[in-house]
Design a protein around this ligand. Structure first.
Ligand code: ADQ
Length: 486
């Protein structure tokens, strides 16, 4: 059989047929077609607060096609894509109709799937018209993508907004290898059962050849769901047969370009933003949180933990400042508006209780900050506070590690419910629901001696440098290229 083989170390578009591994001309090499909900325009400037965009930015190379939503809302969802090519990458985008957007994006994707996959069934808002719009937008994606596909393209779909896209492509007769990567957590059957179209969504995913997850726990949960809802029988390697196709669930954790981020942080130390932050802090230790403003990130609990630190360990009063950067996101969804009000209140409570005329303990801002400024802030921070209640991976944890000065590194405090906790075991691992435990860990981090900080950081950095964004892409595409073509 003519297998596709990927040669490690070659640009990702250099796939070759048969056993010979000599790169073939780009004209004949299969392309990678990446599909994600949102595609940034090549001219888009400014900070992006979102893990997917950051991870793929490090991964997209010459010859790649990137297909998805333009970010523009129109009267109707478009049925063909606008194409722009820049730096060898083809960006193919469609606009989404206003009504579809509200129901698909705010409604089903972020009002039902996001809370459910973050174990928050109490926040789930399900409506059948929202789900129908979700199906319709996935279908529109398939219709607009179909004419752009070549027979050998490797199609790589990203994330929870596009769970039924592969099924729509198969409907249109696409037989290419299709992969899907789930950036957010997966849930066990008892939790997925809450969602009325659970079986249909799983069936949609299972028309792919390869399905990737951030952690082993997520992969196992998916296989359990497939057994329960699709009545399939996965083997020990996570492979199962579904509708005449072999599907494989794989573990391919996402990462960052660590060396590039370290270099960015070194340079950022000298920028105006970093200097301003430094001047405002003086000798005070910085505790830093960087997140999208999202209820999965555990921000109210984190604020409470900081309040507990000031109350239980008064030796830190006036000697520490907590900066929380929480970029506004999904503001049209009610639960996000409620979260914002909640944080305003808690920040006010803490500052009202503990501030002095020349010291404000908690600084909290909701606009995104430039990536290089964030890198410099990480490097200045004595403590990186990453305490989501649930997170697929959490790239902030990895960026914080990469940004540290190895001669005088800060300490990462990491929630056990972030996917990153599977790898980054030398961080101070906490349960984010336990404000006292988090407060004790901040105290421990602030008082930790240099040798222990260095030894923890050395191990963490080695891990962050091992599972990079590039490795994530190579591993996933390797699985996909080697999937048996039906
Ligand atoms: P996110 O939930 O967006 O991603 P995360 O992995 O932490 O979360 O990535 C956030 C990225 O955006 C980081 O690169 C960070 O620097 C940047 N960012 C965050 N807050 C910012 C702010 N206030 N201003 C500017 N930039 C900010 C989803 C999943 C994660 C998974 C990623 C990648 O929820 O679990 O790790 O996808 O798979």
């Amino acid at each position: 059989m003519n297998q596709l083989v990927m040669k490690k170390g070659l640009p990702r578009n250099q796939y070759v047929y048969g056993r010979a591994l000599t790169p073939v001309s780009l004209k004949t090499a299969p392309r990678t077609v990446i599909v994600s909900n949102r595609v940034p325009s090549p001219n888009e400037k400014g900070p992006t607060a979102g893990g997917l965009a950051v991870a793929l930015a490090d991964a997209i190379t010459d010859g790649t096609v990137w297909f998805g939503w333009s970010g523009k809302r129109a009267a109707e969802t478009s049925n063909s894509a606008d194409i722009v090519t820049a730096d060898g990458v083809t960006y193919a985008t469609i606009d989404i109709g206003e009504r579809d957007y509200t129901r698909f994006y705010n409604g089903f994707a972020n009002g039902a799937l996001w809370p459910l996959f973050h174990f928050r069934s109490g926040l789930l808002l399900y409506s059948r018209p929202d789900y129908e719009a979700y199906r319709a937008v996935n279908k529109a994606f398939a219709k607009a993508l179909f004419p752009l596909l070549k027979p050998d393209d490797l199609i790589w779909i990203h994330d929870y907004q596009l769970l039924t896209l592969a099924a729509e492509l198969r409907e249109l007769g696409v037989v290419n290898r299709i992969g899907f990567f789930m950036h957010i957590p997966f849930v066990p059957p008892a939790m997925l059962a809450v969602l009325p179209p659970a079986a249909e969504l799983l069936a949609g995913m299972s028309t792919c050849d390869v399905i990737g997850f951030q952690t082993e726990g997520d992969r196992v949960s998916f296989l359990e769901c497939a057994k329960t809802f699709l009545h399939v029988k996965p083997d020990d390697a996570g492979r199962f047969a579904f509708r005449e196709r072999q599907v494989k669930a794989v573990l391919t954790p996402i990462g960052i370009d660590a060396d590039k981020f370290t270099a960015l942080a070194e340079r950022a130390e000298l920028t105006g933003d970093a200097k301003r932050l430094n001047e405002s802090l003086g000798e005070r230790a910085l505790v830093l949180g960087v997140d999208r403003l999202d209820y999965s990130k555990g921000l109210p609990q984190r604020f409470d933990a900081f309040g507990r630190l000031l109350y239980c360990f008064p030796q830190h009063l006036r000697k520490v400042a907590f900066l929380q950067i929480a970029a506004r996101s999904r503001q049209e969804v009610g639960s996000y508006q409620a979260l914002r009000r909640e944080l305003d209140r808690r920040a006010g409570d803490i500052n009202g209780e503990f501030s002095d005329f020349d010291w404000v303990p908690l600084r909290y801002m909701t606009h995104p900050v430039k990536r290089n400024a964030i890198a410099g802030f990480y490097r200045r921070a004595r403590v990186g506070l990453v305490t989501p209640l649930r997170d697929g991976m959490n790239l902030v944890a990895k960026e914080y590690v990469a940004a540290q000065d190895p001669a005088n590194p800060g300490v990462l405090i990491l929630s056990r419910f972030a996917g990153a906790a599977d790898e980054l075991t030398e961080a101070l691992i906490v349960n984010p629901f336990d404000a006292d435990e988090v407060a004790e860990s901040i105290h421990l981090a602030l008082t930790m001696e240099l040798p222990e900080r260095k030894s923890r950081h050395d191990s963490l950095l080695a891990k962050v440098r091992h599972t990079t964004a590039r490795k994530f892409c190579e591993d996933f595409l390797d699985y996909l290229a080697n999937a048996e073509k039906v």
